[in-house]
Structure formats: structure tokens, C-alpha cells
Design a protein. Structure first.
Lengths: 475, 97
């Protein structure tokens, strides 16, 4: 029995860590709950070490989960995302919900557990369960500032759209299951090519729409800006990255499976989503005056590009998607942490608050500049390679017009990213100085290291992404 | 036979979507989500006539997932009531971004 659980060793580390913290939380006196945050960071590190030191290959849960390269890479990405998010919440949690820190980190661990599973699902039922395990804790965490009207409304919007999308996803799954007569993704992919039926395509479309909701794909993106704007800033640095990477991996696993794929029948619908997402995300980001709403819409635009890579459906494109996911995680988490530090200090995330940030806090301004350049796709930071590989992959698969559209959208993106940079460096500051707590500072530095590191030497990371893509598609 | 089950489920699902998009009361929206979830269960049980056990396992999981989600939803509605003294939410207009 234990042999069959060995591919899930890293997940078990998280489960055991979460349960131990639950007990520690009971005996810790009030005022010392901050320790739980350090403990959670330690659990994420232990999980990461497990993915490097232990052999996680093979099948588990009777074949419903498989520990291939894709599973491994997604685990590493989301555990790192969890670690960064914990560091960013340490100080904020201590000040805003001192007694409930334990619960917050519990929920974060469970959500990351679900994300980690999504990378290796081979079964519809496990896919549904892992998707919910990822999603339900997020609803609770979003409402953690329970006296704050904006936060509660943001949480409810996240919840209602999430619940509707879950229902749509499950409806799609039920139709896919009915048409393929099996819950195994492998069998479903075979059925999609050998016995395609309208029911199967209807189910696949509903599932894609439902999962697109979670990713924030247009026209299901309406919750993204409101939730990012309303909920607590360090939480957004968690919500905006891990779930997107895990979600896109789940979409890839369900829709791109080997030589035969469920994607074929829904490709026109998926391409429509890609185009509308790229256009609307970048278009709506331009007039925003709130940093979080701007990053929310720009994030929607990025999801369009990532989805384009999945729709392209070749090995190169999928590898580019995984690389893009990793780069997007460190860049966006870093950017939201800078915004979080700023918002926390000044009580607002309006863009004019960034005025003269370069003089008030050269560190924050420099970090934000690097993240913005990466989001905009400037060379020597990770965003450039991510975009380049993705465009090359999509171009190679024959999606030339989509690549042109994506490139045009990137130019629009540069415009609004550089507008923020100009405010930081050119405008006069007001008197206030900015102090950033150690945890957030360390997390931002960590993001910076990866953004620049993956930008200067992308090859090793690309090699890992290619290996992950080989799990689903032949090179 | 299966076609009737699928049709009823599709109608339930459509009713749920209609409810979600027109209801102003958050509890009403939750009820509509429940309708959609029941459409899923009905579908699965219907397919179970041919596919057998795996459908029944799936349906149990689907029910458990929906319950977990609705519990959190009701808690959030209580929270909304505490901060605003009402539970009215206009998804169509408030979610315009």
C-alpha cells in the first residue's frame, strides 16, 4: 500500500505539516501565533525538498494520479508560490488577524495541496476533487478580513463565480464521462478520436468554460479585478499565481492527452476565448488607475497568451506554456508583493501613490521596474523568453495570426506598464517614507532573483519545461 | 430513456443559469447553483444505467464537493449580512469590472 503512495510523498509532507500545525495552533498561547507562519514556510520548503530528493515517479491511487515530469514541475512551481505567499503574509497576518493566523496558513496549505495534485491527475474524479480542494480554501481566505466591506464583497464575487464555474465544469465532466464511458483521461482522449459525439463536445466546451472561469479567461473574467481590488493585498499575491499555473496544467492534462486529444473538437471555441482574452485583458488594463486592477487585467491578458500555447497543442508550445507559467508566477507574485507593501503603508493602491517611489524606497521601485519589464517582455528578464518561446511554439503550430495579435497586445502592455514606471521614477514624491517588513522584502528579493536568473540563463529552466511537456505530448 | 434524463438535466441546468443571472438575493443565487449541481448528479445517475459503478462513485463525489462548496457560500452570505445588513447582490451589474 505504501509503495502505491510514494508518488504522493511531497503531498503527504504538506498534509502531515498542515495537521501538525493544526495541533500546534491549539497549544500556542495568544501572541505567539506568528510561529505558525514560519512553520508553514518550513512545510513548503520540506515539500520542495521532497520533490528534489525523493523519487516521485510512478502511478498512485490506482492510476488516478501519475507522477510524471508535468506533475513534478507543477508541484515545484506551486510550492514555491506558496512559500513566497507565506513570506508576504507573515507581517500582515500578525497585524490584521493575529489570532486566526493558524487557520489562514492551514487553508493555504490545503489549497496548495490541491494545486500540486492538479499537475498529475489522470482521472476525472480526482481532477474535480483537486480543483475544488484548490478553490474552496481560496473563498475562505479571501474573506479573512471579515470586517472589511470590500473584502467580503470581493470574496463573495470570487465565491459565486467560482461556484457557478464549478457547476459548469462538473456538468461538462458528467457529459464527457457519459460519452466516453470512463473517468480515465487516457480513455477519454481515445474516445474523442475514435467515437466523437455531440455530447462529448458539449461536455468539453462546458468543462473548458468552467475551468476558464477560474483562470479568468474572457468572457468569464469579471470577478478578477473586483476580487483583486477588494481582498487583502498579500492574499492576492497568492490568488493571482498558483491557481492559474495549476489550472492551466489541469486544462492541458484534460485537453491535450497524447496523440489523440479532446482539444480537437473544441479548438474553435478555445481560440475564440484566446482572442477575446488577449484583446479585452490588455484593452481594459489601459484606463485603470488602481495598481491591483491594472495588474488584474494585465494578468487576464497573460492568461490569454498561456491558453494560446495550450490551444496550439504541440510539444514546443506546451513546454513554452510551462515555462511561461513559472515565469508568470515569480513576476506576478513579486509585483503584487510590491503593491501590497505600498498599499499597506498608504492605505490605497491608486497609481498616483507610486509617484516618486524611486526616491522614497529605491528598492521597491527597482523591484517593481524589473517586474513590470518582465510582464512587458523586455530582454534579460524572464518575461521576454517566456513570450518568445510561446510565440515560436504557437507560430510553429500554425497560429500565425494569433501570434501577431499577441505581439500587438504586448506592445499595448508595454504602454501601461511603462506608465507605472514613469510615475515611479519621474514624478515628485510626497513626504511619506516606506518601510517594508523583512518577510515581504525577502520574498521580493527571491522573486527578483528568479525573474533575472531565468531571464539571463533560461536554458536549464526551458529544459525542465520541455521534460514536463514530454509527459503529455511527444516532442 | 437516457435521452429523457439528459433533457431534464439540461433543463435544470438552464434554469440554474437563469436563476444565477437574474436573482438579486445571494441565497437565491446559491439555490440556483444547487439546481445546476443537481443537473450534474442527474446526468451522472442517468449515465450510470449504462456505465455502472464508476458513475455512482462519481455522483457521490460530486454531491460531497457541492456540499463543501455551499457550506462556505452560506458562511460568506452571513458575513455579507453582517457588513451590509442585506444580502442583495446584483451580479450582472456589479461584476462589470
Amino acid at each position: 500500500m505504501w509503495a502505491s503512495l510514494s508518488p504522493l510523498a511531497a503531498d503527504l509532507v504538506l498534509v502531515i505539516g498542515a495537521l501538525s500545525l493544526l495541533i500546534v495552533d491549539l497549544v500556542l498561547p495568544h501572541g505567539e501565533k506568528k510561529v505558525l507562519g514560519y512553520g508553514t514556510a518550513g512545510v513548503f520548503i520540506a515539500g520542495l525538498l521532497a520533490t528534489f530528493l525523493l523519487d516521485l515517479s510512478g502511478e498512485a491511487l490506482g492510476g488516478a494520479y501519475v507522477g510524471d515530469g508535468m506533475a513534478l514541475l507543477v508541484k515545484r512551481i506551486v510550492y514555491a508560490g506558496g512559500f513566497i505567499a507565506v513570506l508576504g503574509s507573515l507581517d500582515y497576518g500578525e497585524r490584521h488577524w493575529p489570532l486566526r493566523q493558524g487557520e489562514y496558513y492551514q487553508l493555504m496549505l490545503y489549497s496548495v495541496l490541491g494545486m500540486g495534485l492538479l499537475g498529475g491527475v489522470e482521472d476525472l474524479i480526482l481532477l474535480a476533487v483537486a480543483f475544488e480542494l484548490m478553490g474552496v480554501p481560496l473563498y475562505v481566505m479571501a474573506a479573512f478580513a471579515r470586517k472589511d466591506k470590500l473584502a467580503v464583497e470581493g470574496a463573495l464575487k470570487l465565491y459565486l463565480t467560482g461556484a457557478v464555474s464549478s457547476a459548469a465544469t462538473l456538468y461538462g465532466f458528467s457529459l464527457i464521462f457519459g460519452a466516453a464511458q470512463s473517468t480515465r483521461l487516457q480513455d477519454i482522449a481515445v474516445a474523442a478520436s475514435s467515437a466523437p459525439s455531440p455530447i462529448l463536445w458539449l461536455g468539453a466546451s462546458a468543462a473548458l468554460a468552467g475551468m476558464g472561469f477560474k483562470l479568468g479567461v474572457v468572457p468569464f473574467h469579471m470577478w478578477v479585478p473586483d476580487t483583486y481590488r477588494g481582498t487583502s493585498p498579500p492574499f492576492v499575491a497568492f490568488l493571482a499565481v498558483g491557481p492559474k499555473v495549476a489550472g492551466i496544467a489541469a486544462v492541458a492534462r484534460l485537453f491535450l492527452h497524447g496523440e489523440t486529444a479532446l482539444l480537437d473538437g473544441v479548438a474553435p471555441f478555445a481560440l475564440l476565448l484566446v482572442w477575446s482574452t488577449i484583446i479585452v485583458g490588455n484593452w481594459m488594463a489601459v484606463p485603470q488607475t488602481s495598481a491591483r486592477r491594472l495588474l488584474a487585467y494585465s494578468g487576464v491578458g497573460h492568461m490569454g497568451l498561456v491558453l494560446l500555447g495550450v490551444v496550439a497543442g504541440t510539444h514546443t508550445a506546451l513546454a513554452a506554456v510551462m515555462f511561461y507559467g513559472a515565469g508568470y508566477l515569480v513576476t506576478t507574485a513579486g509585483a503584487f508583493l510590491v503593491v501590497s507593501a505600498l498599499t499597506d503603508e498608504q492605505g490605497s493602491d491608486e497609481l498616483d501613490r507610486f509617484a516618486g517611489l524611486a526616491q522614497k524606497s529605491p528598492f521597491l521601485a527597482f523591484a517593481m521596474l524589473v517586474f513590470l519589464l518582465s510582464l512587458g517582455g523586455i530582454p534579460f528578464v524572464v518575461g521576454f523568453w517566456a513570450k518568445l518561446y510561446l510565440f515560436l511554439g504557437a507560430w510553429g503550430a500554425g497560429f500565425a495570426w494569433s501570434v501577431v495579435l499577441g505581439a500587438m497586445a504586448s506592445v499595448v502592455g508595454l504602454f501601461y506598464y511603462l506608465r507605472v514606471a514613469r510615475t515611479m521614477y519621474m514624478d515628485e514624491p510626497d513626504a511619506q517614507g516606506i518601510s517594508v517588513d523583512m518577510g515581504t522584502q525577502f520574498a521580493i528579493v527571491l522573486c527578483l532573483v528568479f525573474v533575472v536568473g531565468m531571464g539571463v540563463v533560461p536554458q536549464p529552466f526551458v529544459a525542465i519545461a520541455e521534460e514536463a511537456a514530454s509527459a503529455l505530448l511527444r516532442p | 430513456m437516457i435521452h429523457w434524463v439528459l433533457t431534464v438535466a439540461a433543463v435544470l441546468f438552464a434554469l440554474g443559469i437563469y436563476g444565477v443571472s437574474t436573482r438579486k438575493n445571494a441565497v437565491g443565487i446559491l439555490l440556483s447553483v444547487e439546481l445546476m449541481a443537481n443537473a450534474v448528479n442527474l446526468n451522472l445517475v442517468g449515465f450510470g444505467m449504462r456505465a455502472g459503478d464508476s458513475a455512482h462513485v462519481f455522483v457521490l463525489f460530486a454531491i460531497a464537493l457541492t456540499v463543501a462548496e455551499v457550506v462556505v457560500g452560506l458562511a460568506l452570505v452571513v458575513l455579507l449580512y453582517r457588513t451590509r445588513k442585506n444580502v442583495l447582490i446584483d451580479l450582472a451589474s456589479e461584476l462589470r469590472g
